[in-house]
Design a protein around this ligand. Structure first.
Ligand code: GRF
Length: 203
């Protein structure tokens, strides 16, 4: 089972997946790391993990479609089964959505559908919720709107700052994301409309 990870930033979720692959706990091959930010730390992490990188910026292309066509070409070449978005800060357009229908997942740092968008942690914190968390979902054309695969709750503590809260959400993310990738690789996840279920119980 071949995956590609897309990221734009730090790459702690990439690292969690790569570490499990390395340790023989996750039976997938990370064929490619796709990154749109040439300075991002995630590129370094991929190189250290021995994962091939594809670094492309949108500016190099005439359009978003052309940019995604270039990515798609490499994904096809490498027979990638699943696209794993991990801090990738661009919306996926129809080129990749159509080619990888139902085979793109994302992780978001809130309990969706609450607090979608780029500031999920800060928005939840400012709102004053007592419980937030993270969500893994299939990707559709919207921003953080696709069918939900797994969620983990994280309590907001009285002494929390946005940073300390984000730190604990990251820890939760690093637990559930590799687990979801494992379930998908094993063919255990079924999608029926918006309802996602796992054959052997709890994710
Ligand atoms: C995570 O909080 C994820 O939920 C969001 O972007 C962040 C990526 O962090 N989509 P990292 O690059 O994996 O460290």
């Amino acid at each position: 089972y071949r995956i590609a990870v897309f990221g734009s930033g730090n790459g702690s979720n990439f690292q969690a997946i790569a570490d499990q692959v390395q340790a023989g706990q996750l039976d997938v091959k990370i064929e490619l790391l796709v990154c749109d930010q040439p300075q991002a730390k995630i590129i370094e992490r991929a190189e250290k993990a021995g994962v091939e990188t594809l670094v492309l910026t949108l500016k190099q292309f005439e359009s978003k479609a052309a940019y995604e066509e270039a990515i798609l070409e490499r994904l096809t070449e490498k027979q990638v089964d699943l696209i794993v978005l991990a801090g990738y800060m661009k919306l996926i357009s129809p080129v990749l959505l159509n080619a990888y229908k139902g085979r793109i997942i994302n992780i978001h740092p809130s309990l969706l559908p609450s607090f979608p968008g780029k500031q999920g942690v800060a928005d939840a914190f400012e709102y004053g919720v007592k419980v937030t968390g993270c969500t893994v979902h299939f990707v559709d054309e919207g921003m953080d709107t696709g069918p939900i695969i797994a969620q983990q709750a994280v309590p907001v503590l009285d002494h929390d700052t946005v940073e300390s809260l984000h730190q604990r959400i990251h820890e939760a993310e690093q637990q559930i994301y590799p687990e979801v990738v494992r379930s998908l690789a094993q063919g255990l996840i079924k999608l029926n409309g918006r309802k996602v279920s796992k054959r052997n119980g709890f994710i």
